[in-house]
Design a protein around this ligand. Structure first.
Ligand code: SAM
Length: 282
């Protein structure tokens, strides 16, 4: 049975609070949408869930009914008493008052498998993704409500790839699962929103021990917009002009191509070649 909507404006008012724009506070209030998010996340009673930014607990309540355990990390101390009040009847929820970017998910969730389901503050989408994907215990799945334009960017195919898309797709397959109208939030955001589901691969598509080198190359490749990869690599890594071209040729990639066109397999080849060259140079 769908839960009754939480009276978010009323709850805030009763505690003399207003939504903090600076913390990306747009609260999801529509219970039908909240049910759909939990359903799209495929949460079962076996699952431990990490929620980032529970706000007043609207999504948390729905997660608590579907999951085995929910750990909700909220940065705003003003919301904690309210959150505890809203969640008093949910024994399987643990609230942590902290900045998610300062918290190691492996420490909070231990070594066990877990999912992340969250309506995150849009202004730190990339930082949150990087933080979670970089953890020694990565989640099995991420189901994040984000700005629609960012969701599209993350799901892009070769030809339109960005450093953000690549950084996500190395670890998992992202796909949009739900469009959320601005009216489902209080206050409504100025941008459209999409729930993105990212199922993580059992292993990253670049071998773990090569990921540092891969990110160095990818950052350099995307560092200079509209430049050919040969120039972007040489410029970004401080190499002589022909060094980038040589590496690309060795990896059988046309040096005139641009970073956004390379597939992950091509980045993998480039990384392996780069490491091979480094070994030869030692
Ligand atoms: N999940 C709630 C909902 O859907 O109604 C709130 C979503 S709101 C978009 C984002 C929430 O993240 C806010 O409650 C905000 O205070 C919190 N937040 C912002 N930055 C955070 C951070 N670095 N760590 C943890 N929570 C954060």
């Amino acid at each position: 049975m769908t839960l009754k909507a939480l009276d978010v404006p009323g709850l805030l008012r009763s505690h003399g609070l207003t939504p903090r724009k600076g913390l990306g506070q747009n609260f999801l209030t529509d219970p039908v949408v909240l049910d759909k998010v939990v359903e799209a996340a495929g949460v079962t009673t076996e699952d431990a869930v990490l929620e980032i930014g529970p706000g007043l607990g609207s999504l948390t309540r729905h997660l608590a009914r579907a999951a085995r355990q929910v750990t909700a990390v909220e940065i705003d101390g003003n919301l904690i008493p309210l959150l505890q009040q809203v969640l008093a009847a949910e024994p399987n929820v643990r609230v942590i008052h902290a900045d998610i970017l300062e918290l190691d998910p492996a420490e909070v969730m231990g070594g066990d498998p877990y999912l992340v389901v969250a309506n995150i503050p849009y202004y730190i989408t990339s930082a949150i993704l990087r933080h979670l994907l970089d953890s020694s215990n990565r989640p099995q799945r991420l189901v994040l409500t984000v700005q629609r334009e960012v969701a599209e960017r993350i799901c892009a195919a070769p030809g339109d790839l960005s450093l953000l898309a690549l950084s996500v797709q190395v670890y998992g397959s992202p796909r949009p699962v739900l469009r959320i109208p601005a009216g489902a939030f209080y206050p409504p955001p100025n941008v459209d929103s999409t729930t993105l589901r990212i199922d993580l691969h059992p292993q990253p598509r670049i071998p773990s021990e090569q990921l540092d080198a891969f990110f160095r190359l990818a950052k350099a490749g995307f560092s200079q917009k509209r430049k050919t990869l040969r120039n972007a690599l040489s410029g970004g890594l401080g190499w002589k002009p022909d060094q980038g071209a040589k590496l690309l040729q060795a990896a059988q990639i046309d040096p005139q191509r641009r970073a956004e066109t390379l597939t992950i397999d091509e980045w993998a080849r480039l990384t392996a070649e780069f490491l091979e060259e480094n070994i030869k140079a030692v």
